[in-house]
Structures are given as C-alpha cells and as structure tokens.
Design a binder for this molecule. Structure first.
Ligand SMILES: CCCCCc1ccc(-c2ccc(S(=O)(=O)CCO)cc2)cc1[C@H]1C[C@H]1c1ccccn1
Length: 238
C-alpha cells in the first residue's frame, strides 16, 4: 500500500483520526445526546454552508470481543450488508492493499431528502499503544471520502456525501490465574466511534438531526451485537 498515490493521505488522516478519537469529551463542546448501558453518544452542532454536519463521537465498552475482532468485522466488505441496514448497495471499487479498500455505497433514501451515495477509502491498522499502562494494542479502521473519475459524484440520482469516520478499539484482558487460558469472559473492548458526514447537498436541518439521533445509536448497537454474535463460538482473534 505504501507506494499507492493515496497512501500519504491515508496514513496522515488515519493517525489524525486516532488522535482525535482519543481526545476526551470534556472539552470541545460535546453534548451527550444518547445513552444506552455502556454506550454514550455525543455530538457537536455544526453547519457548513447552512448544512448540518454535526460531528459525532460515541464511546462504548463491549465485553467478550477484542479490538481486532471489532475492526475486522467493521472493515470487512464480505459481512457489511449483514449489519449495515442503511446501505442499499455496496461495491469495493479498488483494492489498494489487503487492509485498504475503496468502497462505493448507495444509502437508503431518507425522505424527504434525495438519495445519497458515498465513495471512501477504508484502512485498517494495528497501532502499538505505548503510553497505556495495560500496554494493549489499539486497532483502528478509518473511512474517508475520496474521488474516483470512474465514479463521478452527483451524476445519477444520488447526492454524494463526504465523510470521515473512525472506529478506534482497545482490548483489555483481566488475566486469569497463571497457566489458565484466557476466555472471552476475561476480555473487554473499549470503542470510540467518530463520524462527520457532510450530506453533500441541502437537507432540512430538522430532518438531518432527527435522523442522526435515531440512526446512530441503532447503528452502533446493531453492529456491536453483530460482532458479539459472530465471535461467541469462534477462537479469540487477539
Ligand atoms: C439526508 C441524509 C444525508 C446523510 C445520510 C448519511 C449517509 C451516510 C452515512 C454513513 C456512512 C458511513 C458510515 S460507516 O460508519 O463508515 C459504515 C459503513 O457504512 C456510517 C454512516 C450516514 C448518514 C447519516 C444519516 C445518518 C446515518 C447514521 C447512521 C446510519 C445511517 N445514517
């Protein structure tokens, strides 16, 4: 991947998003808008050219799966349609590397707005985490909009959104007694999911904010439940 023309951008934005995800929600005007057990969802109200682009940051703790497993299922095109219920069509239009793909997604139309599509590179990597006392690696998936002359935006019926998304996962293991193998009961995964979606064309602020409020909690709950279910009978992927 390192010789691909997009690599410098992929590397820079992935690391920027990792730093951004690890910033707390204490400063920066984040407001808690949804809570469900361990899942806490924050947003900032922002508009660009009169369009709602509210940044979102969700923090969650999931027991029984590793950060590698969460990122594996989030990244994998093969299972995307199993958990992503707001996408009508998904295509991998370029394979940059086995950990870096370019997706084209047509999203289900949200009335009364026109239908959206998204074209983005998706990169997964493991980041050694030096300054955390537990010393557990961090896994990240970063999705960021990109252009491709073969798939021009706003040509057909869809308005092209622009997005930057990251899923940052850190695994914590409660070590069982000496010599006892680690089971899923000893594993916890701390997740930070960040997203900024620019709708690409005007959509009523009230509609957008209502959709974000409804869709994001549903989305993260469904995705994490999917990973727990997929992993429960499989060997642990550390
Ligand atoms: C009038 C609607 C304008 C914007 C619609 C829109 C498009 C894409 C997206 C989106 C694109 C990618 C991702 S992901 O995390 O990378 C996973 C891969 O699919 C996630 C969400 C979001 C929204 C916003 C509705 C909001 C919304 C929120 C969660 C689910 C569905 N819709």
């Amino acid at each position: 991947a390192s010789q691909h023309r997009l690599w410098p951008e992929i590397d820079r934005i992935s690391m920027e998003q990792l730093r951004y995800a690890r910033l707390g929600v204490g400063e920066g005007g984040w407001q808690l808008f949804a809570e469900d057990g361990e899942m806490k969802m924050y947003k900032r109200e922002e508009e660009v050219n009169g369009m709602v682009v509210d940044p979102l940051k969700a923090c969650h703790v999931v027991r029984g799966v590793t950060g590698h497993e969460m990122c594996h299922y989030f990244f994998s095109p093969d299972v995307r349609m199993d958990w992503e219920t707001t996408v009508e069509q998904m295509t991998v239009i370029e394979t940059i590397a086995d950990d870096t793909l370019v997706f084209l997604q047509v999203h289900k139309r949200i009335w009364p707005a026109s239908q959206r599509d998204s074209l983005f590179w998706s990169h997964m990597r493991q980041v050694p985490d030096h300054n955390d006392r537990d010393g557990h690696d961090i896994w990240i998936v970063c999705n960021h909009s990109t252009e491709n002359p073969g798939f021009p935006s706003n040509n057909g019926k869809c308005v092209r959104v622009s997005l930057t998304v990251c899923l940052v996962c850190q695994t914590f293991i409660d070590p069982p007694k000496e010599g006892v193998p680690i089971t899923r009961d000893d594993i916890t995964c701390k997740i930070t999911y960040c997203s900024v979606v620019n709708p690409g064309g005007w959509a009523p602020a009230s509609v957008l904010r209502a959709v974000y409020k409804r869709e994001y909690p549903k989305f993260l709950k469904r995705f994490t439940a999917y990973v727990i279910d997929q992993c429960k009978d499989k060997p642990i992927m550390f």
